[in-house]
Design a protein around this ligand. Structure first.
Ligand code: C2E
Ligand code: CA
Ligand code: CA
Length: 399
């Protein structure tokens, strides 16, 4: 439902907006009549006459372009105003495929207006139209690809086509394994083994991430039990959590349930969150306190790549912070990377937060991190993410 905020009355012949104006409002006609017209080669062309119950001026909200037509009250007219903000919030939260299609339709409409205008314009038709069409085709292709991936993901859930890989998190000095991060793959019958980059954003943008996330936790928790049994340890397991999972009220109780069912300890369960998945501040704080009360650890993932990370450290007091790979890559020679890593490590340690360095690929990086005081690391140097059976073999060799 769109809330109504404001009512305006226009007298007969009064202009509501003109072609080229910035788009501030959309309107619902409560009473009266409105003519929508455009001027082509100084000639007035009536596009539409709208009566009570019609909505107009909404196009501009979607693509933020100036008005492409003018509107005038034919008789005394009462209008309800809809603000840009009301529409923006809805578009932002809309399903991504729907959003894409909406843009396509809007763009299509605009290119039709441009086409009509071009017939009268001294400019050549080709100068106006191809760009819009090219843009449209790209958007259509994108929307189609997303819709297809979404449909395939639904099938993948039913067919159990996901695989979970495990990457060890180690103590940098001793290389002793302290836990594992669970990383999902999609074994698509058509496209082979796909990394999360190829599908996770679509899953996260739709509700599909909920059953997928559920599967990840079920699978990961039962695997960790076997890793523990093999090595007689209490390894931790880290799982990446999407925004929709945080928002889902059933999520935490269901994780508690899974932890119990597997005979594990909640404190070995680490939930990794990206800054882009944060809820608004108050809600995020509530959620994190809930997690902490239940005994879960929270890890801030890709730390240093967001924009207000320092504030989050103070407010959310996560247990773990993962230094993004982009900073580790520059070690040991790049002075900026070194300084940034040093600053993050010192700050976190002063706040009592554990630091895990991501993407450690060389012994030189390992050494540099140890010198900087970092205790934990994860990366190809120690092991790539492996499926359960290969991880069990790897652990066997480490025994
Ligand atoms: P992430 O959480 O930052 O995970 C670390 C990524 O870095 C993984 O990519 C891992 O394979 C890769 N990596 C680890 N060590 C190295 C290294 O030494 N060098 C290099 N170049 N890369 C390294 P992956 O598995 O492709 O996952 C990508 C992202 O997908 C993850 O980034 C995470 O944000 C997301 N993701 C993975 N699994 C899940 C999941 O179950 N749920 C959700 N919501 N997101 C997931
Ligand atoms: Ca992660
Ligand atoms: Ca990360």
């Amino acid at each position: 439902m769109i809330h109504t905020v404001d009512i305006r009355i226009f007298q007969e012949g009064e202009v509501i907006f003109e072609e080229g104006d910035a788009s501030d409002f959309a309107y619902i006609i409560e009473e009266g009549e409105v003519e929508i017209y455009t001027s082509i080669a100084n000639e007035r062309k009536v596009l539409n006459v709208l009566v009570a119950g019609s909505l107009f001026g909404e196009l501009a909200f979607v693509d933020k372009q100036p008005r492409t037509a003018s509107a005038i009250a034919v008789k005394r007219t009462t209008l309800t105003l809809i603000t840009q903000q009301q529409v923006d919030e809805r578009i932002r939260d809309a399903d991504p495929i729907l959003k894409m299609l909406l843009y396509v339709v809007m763009k299509h409409f605009r290119s039709e207006v441009a086409r009509a205008r071009a017939q009268y314009s001294p400019l050549k038709r080709q100068d106006i139209i191809p760009d819009a069409e090219k843009f449209n085709q790209l958007r259509v292709n994108e929307a189609v690809a997303m819709a297809r991936t979404e449909a395939e993901l639904r099938t993948a859930i039913n067919n159990n086509d996901f695989r979970l890989f495990y990457q060890p998190i180690v103590e940098l000095k001793t290389e002793a394994i302290t836990g594992f991060e669970a990383l999902i793959r999609w074994k698509s019958p058509k496209r082979g083994l796909l990394p999360p980059a190829d599908f996770i954003l679509i899953a996260e943008a739709t509700k599909l991430i909920l059953p997928i996330g559920d599967w990840v936790l079920d699978t990961g928790l039962s695997a960790i039990k076997r890793f523990n049994e093999k090595m007689h340890k209490d390894f931790s397991i880290s799982s990446n959590i999407a925004r929709r999972q945080i928002e889902d009220e059933d999520f935490l109780p269901s994780v508690v349930q899974k932890v119990k069912a597997n005979g594990l300890d909640v404190k070995e369960i680490q939930l990794e969150i990206l800054e882009r998945n944060f809820l608004i501040q108050g809600k995020m704080q509530d959620w994190i306190s809930q997690c902490t009360r239940q005994g879960f650890s929270i890890a801030l993932d890709d730390f240093g790549t967001g924009y207000s990370s320092l504030l989050y450290l103070q407010q959310f007091k996560p247990k773990v912070l993962k230094i993004d790979r982009s900073f580790v890559t520059g070690l040991p020679f790049n002075a900026d990377s070194r300084n940034i890593c040093k600053a993050i490590i010192d700050l976190a340690q002063n706040l009592g937060i554990r630091v895990v360095a991501e993407g450690v690929e060389t012994t030189a990086q390992q050494k540099a991190l140890i010198e900087l005081g970092c205790i934990y690391g994860q990366g190809y140097l120690f092991s790539k993410p492996l499926p359960e059976d290969e991880m069990l073999q790897y652990l066997e060799k480490k025994k």
